[in-house]
Design a protein around this ligand. Sequence first.
Ligand code: ZN
Length: 419
Amino acid sequence: MTADSKLENRLKIRGVWSNPGEAGKTAPEVSAFAQKLQDAHINLVAMCFKTGGGIHWPSRLFPQAVAEGYTEFDFPAVLVSECAKRGIRVHAWFIDFMESATGAAYHEHPEWAMRNPEGGTTASEALRGRTYHSVWMCPAQRPGYADQWLIPLMAEFAERYDVEAVHHDYIRYPGDLAPDRYCFCDYCLREIPRFAGHVTDAFPDRPFYHDQYDRPYIESHWEQSPRVLPPNWDVLPRAMKSRFLLEGSSFPGGRYDLDYFFYRYRTHAITRFAREAAEAVRAAKPGMLISAALFKNAVQSGRFIGQDWQTFGPWVDIAMPMDYRDHYPGDFDTYMILLAESIEQQKEWARDYRSLWPGFAINQLFRDAEPSPERFHRTVDCIRNTGVEGICLFSSGLLTRYDLWTDVREGFARDVEKD
Ligand SMILES: [Zn+2]
């Protein structure tokens, strides 16, 4: 794409993330909400139908998880209908692996939760001095939360409602909270060594050391797959097993390299979930798309939160990186420069996807200044000038809080005039 064609670019997809409370709980309220989007030239809404703990449709499979008031009111059916009348796409936004400590999934299946080396769930931790109330569920367990709860929910939704896409969020391990402390549940303690071929079923106690160490480095003797777990493995408590899997070495006397396999296991668990979710959604409704809210740096998010989203291409059609200002260092002008730079990187990381629609958060624009439309317009222009197909705003509630709906309409006017 040339510089000139970027200047000519228009944002064909103009989206917003929304929570159910912003759309209302009656048909006239939902209709008014859809009209508000249309008036602002917004043509995509990613609506949160599964929050961290409750779902917002009258599910037949999981009625115990339905949020109050959404058993009687078929919210997605009304929203899809009202948006269809106005040419607005709907994506069904799911909070994937974060659940509530009071939610039905954790209540019925505490064994599906992630565990830290002490055996606690994420709700046993503190974040910024406060108790952390969310419980993250283990993405790796089979059977577990992914295949017994989350994927069936997505398939039910896809079968039942004509949305354009199912939208992943929190498709990852926790980040704000101790990124290296999960997951050491019983299943993962058993499976991390198996995943890496660090144990064999046929000869569980044989060390399989090399017959001679004749090469210059001990790591040069890896190919015959020596047993990696220490002989006292079965009697070690969880904390010591966890420490070994994160900090240990493939060879007695070798480099401390086992964290490589720990991180690979985590990215594998998340990418496997992306694949299984796509297979279930596409089977339930052929042609339905999958989109995902992703972290801005695909390589770093692989390391820190298990979200190696370069590998999602076959399973996610639309990449929607959350290029929020608080994910970048520096002042607002620095953000403008780094944002443009990272979208160029994201084009490469998203090369196997159908589309790239970067998102930004409204409130973070004003973290060090009085709210003003100028920063909103500069951010939209910055993203448009990268030549991408679409954009997504977080969120409709924040547009209301910062009184920006008229500015959204003005900001997107040039994108609509060429329709
Ligand atoms: Zn686990």
